[in-house]
Write a protein that binds this ligand. Structure first.
Ligand SMILES: [Cu+2]
Length: 74
């Protein structure tokens, strides 16, 4: 998940990366090997429309995890 105009970024295993979020919006971060098990992170930058839906392609278990994260507001 990326706001319009934002660029994807990829980190490798055990690689430390630094990312500047200059475009407001919701960023969905996934751990590719464990994505289907729900290893994800959501970063909200600035004002985010909480009603924005999760993409259809998100696997069921991951969708549950992301929904839980969004509901907790953490
Ligand atoms: Cu992982």
């Amino acid at each position: 998940m990326l706001p319009k105009g934002a660029e994807r970024f990829i980190g490798r295993i055990d690689e430390e990366i630094f990312v500047n979020f200059e475009i407001e919006g919701r960023y969905g971060i996934k751990c590719s090997p464990h994505y289907a098990m729900g290893m994800v992170m959501i970063i909200d930058v600035g004002d985010v429309d909480d009603a924005s839906p999760l993409p259809d392609a998100v696997p069921k278990r991951t969708r549950e995890r992301m929904s839980k994260i969004l509901m907790s507001g953490e």
